[in-house]
Design a protein around this ligand. Structure first.
Ligand SMILES: *[C@@H]1O[C@H](CO)[C@@H](O)[C@H](O)[C@H]1NC(C)=O
Ligand SMILES: *[C@@H]1O[C@H](CO)[C@@H](O)[C@H](O)[C@H]1NC(C)=O
Length: 321
């Protein structure tokens, strides 16, 4: 097959069946750091128990079923026309976004699927960046969530020439305003955070086996980027969403309608995180939604671990589902 990144853009891969139940939602909540006061996310008998709206990001690796999977098999997939051979051990998650179009049910039941197509490809001296658009489609045929995920294939080469083509992509964050953040939320990952997060479906050994983390140049294990993603989503909900009447210490998760970030640096299990949030005017103006921009930093080093953060949050209290 000839290598041609232009051919990759628009290529649709096979749909995969996905499912989840209440237990999966509880496990995800603790994987992204839910604390004893976040019972709306972490206790199925809570009066307003609701899914964390970012939950669907786990489904591409989890798929359907409950048992562990083999990470190496999960990422293999069928050959994509136009793509060169790339080293699966040198792929890093570049960015992730999710737009929630319909509230998720507490359990999927059968018949749900995950769709995927490539919507952008770019090559430069350092490697190849691919962006996929995914949708979560319910058994009723409706789209519940639309996601964009980009992966940076470090050292990969198609032609060696600069190239860029895109037919779609995630909503872009506005620049961070020149003022102190409107909200600051501190949180603590635990030494075992990756051991818990992986149970949601990402069994990549990089996050659990220190030898693999060292060989990959990280000096040990690193936390799943999507766990940090969930920590930041909890931060936005806790500070920007309307109070939940029955969980006054945390915000209502059902208010979050869009959430996206770039992954800018690794986080180690045990690191303390601080998310800095600015409310800005945005596409949500007039819709009862507020748009925010945010970044998440490693508290001790001050290093930005999530950048170009964008979220939209409904400001009016949500009716119970
Ligand atoms: C190539 O693209 C990646 C991902 O967008 C970026 O991080 C890197 O700095 C770029 N490298 C060059 C040489 O432009
Ligand atoms: C975050 O900061 C702590 C404290 O300085 C440090 O030990 C840790 O390695 C940092 N994390 C990363 C991924 O650099």
């Amino acid at each position: 097959m000839s290598v041609d990144l232009a051919k990759v853009v628009g290529h649709k891969t096979d749909d995969v069946p996905v499912d989840w139940n209440r237990r999966d939602l509880l496990l995800y909540a603790v994987g992204i750091g839910a604390k004893k006061d976040d019972l709306q996310l972490a206790y199925e008998l809570h009066k307003d128990f609701a899914p964390m709206p970012t939950y669907p990001v786990v489904l591409s690796l989890k798929g359907a079923g409950q048992d562990v999977n083999v990470f190496a098999d999960k990422i293999k997939g069928k050959p994509v026309p136009g793509l060169p051979d790339m080293d699966p051990n040198r792929v890093v998650h570049g960015s992730q976004s999710i737009e929630i179009l319909k509230p998720l049910p507490l359990e999927s039941g059968p018949g749900w699927k995950w769709t995927s197509r490539y919507v952008a490809a770019a090559e430069n001296k350092s490697g190849i960046v691919l962006t996929a658009e995914n949708t979560l489609v319910g058994a009723d045929g409706q789209v519940y969530a639309k996601l964009y995920s980009s992966s940076f294939n470090v050292g990969a080469k198609a032609t060696g020439q600069r190239f860029a083509k895109a037919i779609a992509g995630p909503p872009q964050a506005k620049p961070i305003p020149q003022r102190a953040p409107d909200h600051v939320f501190r949180d603590q990952t635990t030494e075992e955070q990756a051991l818990v997060y992986r149970l949601s479906g990402d069994y990549n050994p990089l996050h659990v086996d220190p030898r693999i983390g060292k060989a990959a140049g990280f000096g040990g294990v690193i936390l799943h980027g999507l766990s940090t993603f969930g920590f930041a989503a909890r931060a936005v909900i806790a500070t920007v969403a309307p109070r939940s009447p029955t969980s006054p210490s945390s915000g209502d998760p059902r208010a979050l309608t869009l959430f996206g970030v770039r992954f800018t640096a690794p986080v180690r299990p045990g690191d303390a995180l601080e998310t800095r949030i600015w409310e800005v005017e945005g596409a949500g103006a007039g819709s009862g939604e507020v748009e925010v921009v945010f970044e998440t930093v490693n508290v001790t080093t001050g290093k930005v671990v999530l950048g170009s953060g964008i979220a939209r949050v409904k400001k009016t209290p949500q009716a119970k589902m």
